[in-house]
Design a protein around this ligand. Structure first.
Ligand code: MN
Length: 205
C-alpha cells in the first residue's frame, strides 16, 4: 500500500490566532508529506515488502522486527507520519470541542491533582525537551504518564498509547513565535481538541 497525507477537517487559518495559517500549511503539505514520501520509499525497498501492507501504527509497535537497513527510515518517517496524523486531530477550531471535559479530565485530576497541575507538568515537558521532539500524555500499562520523545520517535515504539501530543519542532512554531517556544505552548492549549483527546482515552482504557 501507499501511505497518504490525511486531509485536515479544518482550514489552515482555522486555528488563528493561536496557530497561524502559513505554519499550518507548510507543516501539513510540506513537512508531513515528506515523512510520508520517505516512509513509502522505505517500504517499497525489497526488504520493506514484508511490511508493505502494515498500518503505520503497527510498523511502529513492531519497530524491533524491522530490518536494520530500513529501521531508521521507518522510525523517523513512520514516526513522523503517525505523530502528525494524530496531532492534526488533537486540535480544533470548534469551541465546544475545546472544553476540557469527559472521563479523561476525571482521570487527569486523579493522577495529577488538578487540570492546572497537569497542564503545567505537560508544558514543562514540552519546554524542556532539548532540540526537536514531542511532549505526550500516554497510557502506560493503564496509567497516565507525561513523557517526551526526541525527533519523531513515537510512544508506540515503547508500547505506550499516545493520547495527547504536542509537536515542539521549530517548524511547528518558528514563523509566528520564533524562539519563544513557551509562548507557542501556552497558545496551543487554546486549540486542544478535548473531545478527541477524551475519545482516545476512552478507547485506550
Ligand atoms: Mn512537525
Amino acid at each position: 500500500m501507499k501511505h497518504e497525507l490525511p486531509k485536515l477537517s479544518y482550514k489552515y487559518d482555522a486555528l488563528e490566532p493561536y496557530i497561524d495559517a502559513k505554519t499550518m500549511e507548510i507543516h501539513h503539505i510540506k513537512h508531513h508529506q515528506t515523512y510520508i514520501d520517505k516512509l513509502n520509499d522505505a517500504i517499497h525497498k525489497p526488504e520493506g515488502m514484508k511490511f508493505h501492507d502494515m498500518q503505520v501504527d503497527e510498523l511502529l509497535k513492531n519497530i524491533n522486527s524491522i530490518p536494520e537497513s530500513i529501521k531508521p527510515a521507518i522510525r523517523n518517517h513512520g514516526g513522523g507520519h503517525a505523530n502528525h496524523s494524530l496531532f492534526w486531530q488533537l486540535m480544533t477550531p470548534n469551541v465546544k470541542d475545546r472544553e476540557a471535559k469527559g472521563k479523561v479530565v476525571e482521570a487527569i485530576k486523579k493522577q495529577f491533582n488538578s487540570l492546572e497541575d497537569f497542564k503545567k507538568q505537560f508544558s514543562d515537558a514540552a519546554t524542556n525537551r532539548f532540540g526537536s521532539g514531542w511532549a505526550w500524555l500516554v497510557l502506560n500499562n493503564k496509567k497516565l504518564e507525561i513523557i517526551s520523545t526526541s525527533n519523531q520517535d513515537s510512544p508506540l515504539m515503547e508500547n505506550k498509547i499516545p493520547l495527547l501530543g504536542l509537536d515542539v519542532w521549530e517548524h511547528a512554531y518558528y514563523l509566528k513565535y520564533q524562539n519563544k517556544r513557551a509562548d507557542y505552548i501556552a497558545a496551543w492549549w487554546n486549540v486542544v481538541n478535548w473531545k478527541k483527546f477524551n475519545e482516545l482515552y476512552e478507547k485506550a482504557i
